[in-house]
Ligand binder design. Sequence first.
Ligand code: SF4
Ligand code: SF4
Length: 382
Amino acid sequence: MAIPFHKELRIGAYLMKQKLLGRKRYPLVLMLEPLFRCNLACAGCGKIDYPDAILNRRMSAQECWDAADECGAPMVAIPGGEPLIHKEIGEIVRGLVARKKFVSLCTNALLLEKKLDLFEPSPFLFFSVHLDGLRDHHDKAVSQKGVFDRAVSAIKAAKARGFTVNVNATVFDGHPAEEIAKFMDFTTELGVGVTMSPGYAYERAPDQEHFLNRTKTKQLFRDVFALGKGKKWNFMHSGLFLDFLAGNQEFECTPWGMPARNIFGWQKPCYLLGEGYTKTFKELMETTDWETYGTGKYEKCADCMAHCGYEATAADAALTNPLKAMWVSLRGVKTTGPMAPEIDLSKQRPAQYVFSSEVQKRLSDIRRDEALEAQQKASTAA
Ligand code: SF4
Ligand code: SF4
């Protein structure tokens, strides 16, 4: 999730505090996934390939608030699955806003118009609507016709009710720069900000052919930004992150910058990769072997340029090197000339395929918890 410009002061103060306290690792955005169930089945999705017993699980409102308190990040993004399916979503969001967290509710918008009454406009709340491109492209990406029109109608309805709305686009290989540029023009007309990230190559995504590698990602973003020169596109990202996407910054990822909490617990090491879970946020921070993750260190990280890994790096870079950040914002993103050196992949450790064993572990935990619950109910009733 990106950092909205008008929140920058508050976020800046939080970052400064972490620096002054001498903290090496701290979270910026909590990625809270209260459920994995979704009402779409997008080809590039790596989040919904679970058995029903897992898709039917929900985090309670209290668990969501506890996660936000425990983590302490100033922002909370609620992806999923589809959060609007969660029966307590209105309450969850209210509790987070009451804690003065900036909440980004990420939704495919199929239910948004119908559920607007659950929410109140607030400077702490914004909807982040999944829109991967213009009508034909988006409907193809989400494998269902008519979704684009419903999402756009919901965006207009939410804006008319005073909510802040952004769109959240994932870019895959084969999406021409000219079309992405037209999509950006469209979002400008619609009056919404945009977060845009290259799709992470989830090993469980049905479509494995269209994930971008880093070289293609950088060239594509350069081409898009070149087409946007002089236009007032509203990217909700820091200038340094955009400059990184265009191949001008040599960044390493910050996997703890956007920690993920879901129905399994705290996910190791990041929102994109699930290689184990902990019960507490403290345990996540203290027991994850952070040095073994990131591009150049681990095969599964080789092509990652996603904002949940690198936006926190860009925020840190802006803080430690404000002149560089200022220079990028004055100059704009460079779209020609040599790129920053790429990270060497020759020493990365091979991928470990732990998805199936993790799912089995979680299923046995769920069955054990359900048996315990049933026992407790039976003894209370007796
Ligand atoms: S809307 Fe999001 S969570 Fe649902 S299938 Fe598509 S990518 Fe996955
Ligand atoms: S590069 Fe970083 S953010 Fe990307 S998958 Fe690897 S650990 Fe996660």
